[in-house]
Ligand binder design. Structure first.
Ligand SMILES: C[S@@+](CC[C@H](N)C(=O)[O-])C[C@H]1O[C@@H](n2cnc3c(N)ncnc32)[C@H](O)[C@@H]1O
Length: 232
């Protein structure tokens, strides 16, 4: 696919700015305990369902205690902290320093800071090799070309599995986006980028990976595809 319209650096700068400001407050309240509108509450619940399923899948990989997991785009650290509590050695990376600061503060509060290495960095620039990589609700912010690039980077960071979410193309949701947004207007802040099956297949084969598991999670206004992939 050509790179005529997608500018990776510009797109990342836009996301960095958003997730360091308005986006931080919006998502930190969804991932926290604040009282939410009924729409956002379904996003919180759907996200929790997704994380439970992803955690089961990760445990089914049978990695030994102390195995290294990269949480790419860790946000406020919900999954990283859960991994650390389960005995994994975690590297938590996010493009937004505000997210990393919050994740670090929560890890300290919950007594697992020593099992997590935090870094303000991007999927594209993080280094190392990990026993598995997780990346939740990050790739949903990237259009097809950026999605393929980011997924390729994630796959290079492990010889094991990448467990991640993306927004599969859906005609009805596409129409809702077109009409005016995925969320009702006052709830809307970011555009969700949907990926077609063909775009997904191309990203997978470009990364030399295959799909091991997939499950669609739909809960109110939260719609995502959870996938586990490994190298061919
Ligand atoms: C919707 S939040 C999800 C956070 C977390 N994964 C979760 O599910 O709780 C998306 C996160 O991805 C981060 N992000 C977006 N693009 C990124 C990139 N290229 N590298 C690292 N983090 C990125 C944002 O800063 C934000 O914290």
């Amino acid at each position: 696919m050509s790179s005529t319209s997608f500018n990776a650096d510009e797109h990342k700068n836009m996301l960095r700015t958003y997730f360091n400001g308005q986006g931080f407050h919006r998502w930190a309240s969804i991932y926290g305990n604040d009282k939410l509108s009924s729409v956002r509450n379904t996003v919180r619940q759907g996200h929790a369902v997704m994380m439970d399923k992803a955690f089961d899948w990760l445990q089914q990989l049978g990695l030994p205690e102390g195995a290294t997991i990269l949480d790419a785009g860790c946000g406020t650290g919900l999954f990283s902290i859960r991994l650390a509590k389960a005995g994994y050695q975690v590297k938590s990376v996010d493009i937004a320093s505000q997210m990393v600061d919050k994740a670090k503060a929560d890890a300290i509060k919950q007594g697992v800071k020593k099992n997590i290495e935090f870094e303000v960095n991007t999927i594209e620039s993080v280094s190392g090799t990990y026993d598995a990589v997780v990346c939740f609700d990050v790739l949903i912010h990237y259009p097809a070309e950026g999605f393929a690039q980011a997924f390729g980077n994630l796959s290079r960071l492990t010889k094991g599995s990448v467990i991640f979410t993306y927004a599969p193309y859906n005609r009805i949701l596409a129409l809702q986006h077109w009409i005016g947004g995925y969320f009702p207007k006052k709830e809307r802040r970011t555009t969700i980028q949907m990926i077609t099956d063909e775009q997904m297949r191309r990203a997978m084969s470009g990364a030399g990976m295959q799909v091991d598991k997939r499950e669609k999670i739909s809960w109110g206004f939260y719609h995502t595809m959870l996938m586990s992939a490994s190298h061919n």
